[in-house]
Design a protein around this ligand. Structure first.
Ligand SMILES: [Ca+2]
Length: 385
């Protein structure tokens, strides 16, 4: 979370990164080389010939019975990245360039297990009961962290989607995100909300450290961005969505996204206005649910917009098990950011289509929100000789 705008002003508002994708990226910072400088030519070339080479999954069968609730992802080689149009409000206003998902490049990942679903409230509660862990959103920010903040702002809370009552220009997300005191995983939209009847909903209001702590307790870890995308593609090659190239094949919704008029009227045409329980739509080719829409998912990579371009510049033909850059870099946000993937119930073609395959999100590591969760992966056990 970039808490500075919240606490150092009297504004009660959300900030860049909190929605997993909102940080502006308008110009390179001085002193940093922007490896995306040539991306226009890359895009033009890509438009002429598909840059996606076939996905080649490993043929290795699952090495053991799947751990409970997990699916075998065979790993293999694939073309990573996205060609989603970048001339929409997404790039113009707040979501910024999707050139960060280009160039399409070749990647190899080893096989692994992945949670079929996002971690649910019931699952997270077991972790809390077992460990007594306290999430980031439950801890009040301190004067030491934010020396110039008014004391009245140093109250534990988190970021909540709070739609305006009237239509607004989609050029300022402060209009629909608020910092709400008392919002945390048990109270996803604030003190008046709870988890009653929501045990099988994805847990939200999770900062990066919270997700890592859960994964460690569960004997798992967070996926790398490359693992996440390989898994989300479900064995397909270069498709626009996790299920193919049609948003609604046969007229059927395949993910919980946003219909109506963003951000004031969510009609729930896909069956859900707002967040949905897990696994309400068909799984992808690897048996994974909700790899598009519903809630964003943390990945372990640091974010920088030109990471793919840098691989290309470095002459990497096939990036093997890439772990992301050594550190976060975003010219317009000085807070450390990690990658987030998948989009959420707030994604819409009126604003941003981050449910599209290959597109990337990111968020400040200490910032949760009510449309951000996670799922875990697990390495195969290698028997010691
Ligand atoms: Ca929906």
């Amino acid at each position: 979370m970039n808490k500075k705008p919240i606490f150092q002003n009297t504004l009660v508002a959300s900030v860049a990164g909190v929605v997993g994708f909102t940080t502006l990226w308008s110009s390179p910072a001085i002193g940093e080389t922007n490896a995306l400088a040539g991306a226009d030519q890359t895009s033009a070339a890509a438009a002429a010939i598909s840059p996606f080479a076939p996905t080649i999954p490993n043929k290795t069968p699952a090495p053991a019975p799947a751990p409970a609730g997990m699916a075998w992802i065979p790993g293999g080689e694939f073309s990573m990245g996205g060609l989603a149009p970048n001339d929409s409000i997404c790039s113009v206003a707040t979501m910024n360039s999707v050139k960060d998902s280009q160039p399409i490049h070749r990647v190899y990942v080893d096989g692994f297990w992945m949670d079929k679903n996002d971690v649910t409230n019931d699952e997270f509660e077991k972790f809390i009961k077992a460990t007594g862990y306290v999430t980031v959103a439950e801890i009040a920010p301190t004067k030491e962290q934010f020396p110039t903040a008014p004391p009245e702002n140093l109250i534990a809370g988190s970021t909540v989607f709070t739609p305006p009552t009237n239509a607004v220009p989609l050029d300022n997300y402060f209009q629909w995100w608020s910092y709400v005191h008392g919002a945390n995983w048990r109270h996803p939209t604030g003190p008046d909300s709870d988890l009653k009847g929501r045990g099988n909903y994805p847990v939200v209001q999770i900062a990066y450290a919270d997700a890592v702590a859960y994964a460690k307790w569960a004997g798992k870890r967070l996926p790398t961005e490359a693992e996440w995308e390989f898994a989300a593609r479900g064995g397909l090659t270069g498709k626009m969505f996790a299920w193919g190239n049609e948003l609604k094949p046969g007229g059927k919704w395949m993910a919980n996204i946003y219909e109506g008029q963003f951000p004031i009227k969510d009609t729930g045409e896909d069956g859900f206005a707002g967040i949905a329980p897990v696994a309400q739509f068909p799984p992808n080719g690897y048996g994974l649910y909700d790899m598009a829409g519903n809630v964003w998912q943390w990945c372990s990579d640091w974010y920088r917009p030109d990471y793919y371009a840098r691989l290309k510049l470095a002459g990497v033909e096939v990036a093997r098990n890439p772990q992301g850059p050594d550190k976060s870099y975003n010219p317009s946000d000085d807070q450390p950011q990690r990658v987030q993937r998948g989009g959420s119930f707030l994604c819409t073609d009126q604003y941003c289509t981050r449910y599209m395959m290959g597109t990337r999100g990111k968020g400040d590591i200490d910032t949760g929100s009510n449309h951000l969760g996670f799922r875990c992966v697990k390495d195969i056990e290698v028997k010691q000789k």
